[in-house]
Each structure stands twice: as structure tokens, then as C-alpha cells.
Ligand binder design. Structure first.
Ligand code: MUC
Ligand code: MG
Length: 367
């Protein structure tokens, strides 16, 4: 069970439909495939989606930190020493997405070695999650048409709407059009990616009071400390901390400081080892969680389902699991399928998914 080698393979797959939101946009998935090899001939896999506008990492920085620091730090350790592995990775500050991919590839290698699904090793609560689809910026009619297409084709009935534009009426008009177009039996929530001030966000939430929103997420920066607390205090729905709560310590600080009343768990930034800590913390604090999307490809999405299905709390709300549908292609041998608005875990060992070598050869950027 000893780790012998770690690979970081950059690849690029264009989006058919780019995603636009207040803090940035994604037109090409410039991700990194991490592979952890062991002395038993096992290979664990995971995907790192660098998000410079959220964490400061890039595709090149992920490759560099894995090759130069993380690989040398953990080659020779056992797959069972996950706490020791995290301690060694944490000698380097930051780099949450690179660390998480290494962590999840280690878990995948462990599951494959034991011939057990990772979701069962983590918790084994369920075998699937309800799916929430994220709608990027566009005109109201186009966003309604997109939501109807996703609902009719995949049975998805929960939508996260990107907001945070100026003037804010661009977004409130979209949310109103979605409620009117899709009716009352869909769930809608909004994510501002810090695009508004606290006072604009309060005004927008007031105007959307009759639209039956489920949550509000990161409407203004958490660094606007008093403004954010003031906003959250008057919100009549749970306010999700996403990019303001990257570590368990951030979660504690934001929730206890009144900057949020719910938490987004993203395996892309807390892997499995630290996502467990965030989950247990949220459970202990008594706050809701949503399994969030880091604009993951199919491998990253499977990591989210594997984790989200493992616990009761994470299955209570739909997880953000469908934006891979907007990519022009992917790396898995068997593409993920969303049916009746749900995405199931795969029954096999580890994460239950494999990389197609021809697709990797086609999309990798290092040869
Ligand atoms: C989200 O929930 O914010 C957009 C930026 C990011 O870091 O994640 C995505 C989705
Ligand atoms: Mg968010």
C-alpha cells in the first residue's frame, strides 16, 4: 500500500457552453489529472480544476506544486496514513485544489486496493444524490429555456442561478422569469460570487421575497465584515458560505461570526479528508450543507457524488452535479448519466470510474 509515484497531467477540454458568473468565467476546462501509483500496481485518480479567481491556483501552479512539493513529500507513505499525508501537504500553505486532488486520488487508490467503494468507506448512507443545475449569466429568456431543457431532459428540478451583476435588476428579472416560467415545483436559489455590496444584495433579496428562494450564497464579500453580518441577519433564507469558507477554520469563523448560516462543501477544495471535517463541523453546529460545484468535469463530479451520498446531511439537499453537461467531451470510459434528476455512485472499487487512455492522450497538454 506504499505510494511510489504521483503524476500531475494537465489537460484541456473546451466548453460547448461557457459559464459566466460574477467572479469570472470558464470557457475551457484547463484541469489537472492526478494519479497516485502504489507498490501493488494500483493507480488512484482525481481531477483538480484550478480556479485562479477563487483560490489563486492555475493549471501550471497545480502541476508545479504536485511535482515539486507534494510528490516528494508523500512518496513512501502508506495509503492508510492519510492524516500523515495531509500533515505533510499542509507544510505548504494554500493550494487547496491541488491538495484535494492528491487526497482524493489516495482515497481512490485505497478503495481499489481494498476492492471497496470509497463512498462506503466514507459513510455509505445512500447510493445517489438529487441534482441541482447551475445557470450562468444570460438573458432571462435564454436562462428559462436552458432550465426547461435540463428539467425536461434530465428530470432536474433544482436550479442555482448566478447573480451579482450591475444593475442588480438584470438578475432579479432572470429569477422572476424562472419562477414564472417553471412554476412553483422547482427549487431556486441564488449565488452572487461576491458581486454585490451588502446594501444592493439586501435590496435584491427584498425584491425577490415573493419568489420562494431556497438559499442565498456569497452575495457580497465576507471581507465586508459588518456589512455581510448585517445582510445575513436580515436574510429570511439560509445564507451559504462558499468561497469564504475554504477550510474547517474558515467555516467556524464565518458561521460563528454571523457571516453565513449554511455551508457549501466542495470536494474539489477540501478533498475527502477535509470535507469529512467540514461535514462533521456543520452537523455539530447544526447548519445546512449543499454539495457545491467547482465547475468540475465528470471525474470531479463523481468525487462530489461519492462524498455527498455517504452522509445523511449531504443528501438532504440537491447537489450541484450537472455542469459537466456543458463540456464538449470528457475523459471517463463511461460517461456519467443523470436520470430522473439524480446521479448515482458507481458500484465498483474506489471511485468506480476509469480514464479512457485515448481521450487522455488526445486532451493532455504535456506531450
Ligand atoms: C460557485 O458555486 O460559485 C464559480 C466560482 C467558483 O469558485 O465556483 C463556481 C461555482
Ligand atoms: Mg458559489
Amino acid at each position: 500500500m506504499k505510494i511510489t509515484e504521483i503524476e500531475a497531467i494537465p489537460f484541456a477540454i473546451p466548453y460547448r457552453k461557457p459559464l459566466y458568473f460574477a467572479s469570472g468565467s470558464v470557457e475551457v476546462a484547463q484541469h489537472v489529472l492526478v494519479r497516485v501509483h502504489t507498490d501493488d500496481g494500483i493507480v488512484g485518480i482525481a481531477e483538480a480544476p484550478p480556479r485562479p479567481f477563487t483560490y489563486g491556483e492555475t493549471q501550471a501552479s497545480v502541476v508545479a506544486v504536485v511535482n515539486q512539493l507534494f510528490g516528494p513529500a508523500i512518496v513512501g507513505t502508506s495509503l492508510l496514513e492519510r492524516e500523515r499525508i495531509m500533515a505533510r501537504l499542509n507544510r505548504t500553505v494554500g493550494n487547496p485544489v491541488a491538495k484535494s486532488a492528491v487526497d482524493m486520488a489516495v482515497w481512490d487508490a485505497l478503495g481499489r486496493t481494498l476492492d471497496l467503494p470509497v463512498t462506503d468507506l466514507l459513510g455509505g448512507y445512500s447510493d445517489r444524490m438529487r441534482v441541482s443545475h447551475m445557470l450562468g449569466f444570460d438573458e432571462p429568456a435564454a436562462m428559462v429555456a436552458e432550465a426547461e431543457r435540463i428539467r425536461d431532459r434530465y428530470g432536474v428540478r433544482t436550479f442555482k442561478v448566478k447573480v451579482g451583476r450591475t444593475p442588480y435588476q438584470l438578475d432579479t428579472a432572470v429569477v422572476r422569469a424562472l419562477r414564472e416560467g417553471l412554476g412553483d415545483d422547482v427549487e431556486l436559489y441564488v449565488d452572487g460570487n461576491r458581486g454585490w455590496s451588502a446594501s444592493i444584495a439586501a435590496r435584491a433579496m427584498h425584491e425577490m421575497k415573493d419568489l420562494g428562494l431556497l438559499f442565498a450564497e456569497e452575495l457580497c464579500p465576507a471581507d465586508d465584515v459588518l456589512g455581510r453580518r448585517w445582510l445575513v441577519g436580515q436574510c429570511d433564507v439560509p445564507f451559504i458560505a462558499d468561497e469564504s469558507a475554504v477550510t474547517p477554520a474558515d467555516v467556524t469563523r464565518e458561521i460563528l461570526g454571523g457571516a453565513a448560516t449554511a455551508v457549501s462543501i466542495k470536494t474539489a477544495r477540501t478533498g475527502f479528508t477535509y470535507s469529512q471535517r467540514v461535514h462533521h463541523l456543520a452537523e455539530g453546529l447544526g447548519v445546512e450543507v449543499v454539495m457545491g460545484n467547482q465547475i468540475d468535469g465528470q471525474l470531479g463530479t463523481m468525487c462530489t457524488v461519492v462524498f455527498g451520498s455517504a452522509f445523511r446531511l449531504t443528501t438532504q439537499r440537491a447537489g450541484e452535479l450537472s455542469n459537466f453537461l456543458d463540456m464538449s467531451d470528457d475523459l471517463l470510459t463511461e460517461p456519467l448519466q443523470i436520470t430522473d434528476g439524480t446521479l448515482a455512485v458507481r458500484p465498483g472499487a474506489g471511485l468506480g470510474v476509469d480514464i479512457d487512455p485515448d481521450k487522455l492522450a488526445h486532451y493532455r497538454q504535456d506531450r
